[in-house]
Design a protein around this ligand. Sequence first.
Ligand SMILES: [Zn+2]
Length: 344
Amino acid sequence: MKQFFPSLIGNEQLKNQLGNDILSGTLSHAFILSGPAGSGRHTLALSLAMALNCQHKSSGSEPLPCGYCASCKKFLAHQHPDLTVVGKEKDRATLGVDAIRNVRTDTSYPPTEGGYKIYVIEEAETMTAEAQNALLLTLESPPEYVVFLLLSQNPALLLETVRSRAPTLRLELLSDETVSAYLVSHSSSAKKMRDTQPEVFSRLLHASAGNLGAALSLLESKSRAAADKRNELGILFLNALRGKKALSSINLIKSLSPLKRPDLAQAFNLFNEILRDLYLCKQSGFSEFLFFETEAEVQAVADCISSQKLAGAIDATTEALDQIGSNMNVSLLLHVWAVGCGIL
Ligand SMILES: [Zn+2]
């Protein structure tokens, strides 16, 4: 069976219906694409535009759209001349009649490259009544090569006359399993979160409530917060290692003490990455660094730490990582480690 709209996750029934309508040439000339932000309206709009003009449309084996023909590539790069996106200006509350009149004029010219011209109207409910009435004139008898896609989070705000001429396609909420499978296969930080912090990952899925866009943006902010925290801990460790401030070792132990064993193991792995960077910098002066951003940065720190101290810290951290799975008391483990690193 031909695969339709592979970029849109879930929504199988909708995808099959639209794909078959495109192949049989019975696709409606206007649709309202409805759903909350992040539900896939833009993905579906772009996929429809690509599918209508895809050069492999009639190939039995290729998905529709194929995603790699010259036409699909132009759509993906937002450079296809037969795709027009209209929306209200940022500082305006509404989309006025002039923009829609321009669209109407434009529809009288046949497509430049593809078989179809696609007009996407963003936040369609912001069209003034006058603009909607102007659009209606085209919706009543559109040229055969024209397809309108009206994106809206709240189609009930559109005029009844517009709604009656443009069937509403509702993007469905996805199951937690579908969102999870997508995140894990497309993002290494999602996979890491699922494996190391399963409760955090499951809370993220729950908070996204089947909305893939919401899940992706939550993941990004959580990953950023985790990266900030990791960076902070790394700097704390470096300050302690360099003996910069008397309090830095105490602060480091204070922030490590409450950690559970898996989180402590992550912290030691981070310290190992930092120590590896410093060691390689001392040995060869250059490497692909894991923690430091630039060679100058790692060099500046490496210059302050003796090779002997570095070797001791590497041994102590490797030993601590080995011990973490044992029954050894955590505060004793931390103490032994800190002494071995020469920071206590
Ligand atoms: Zn294609």
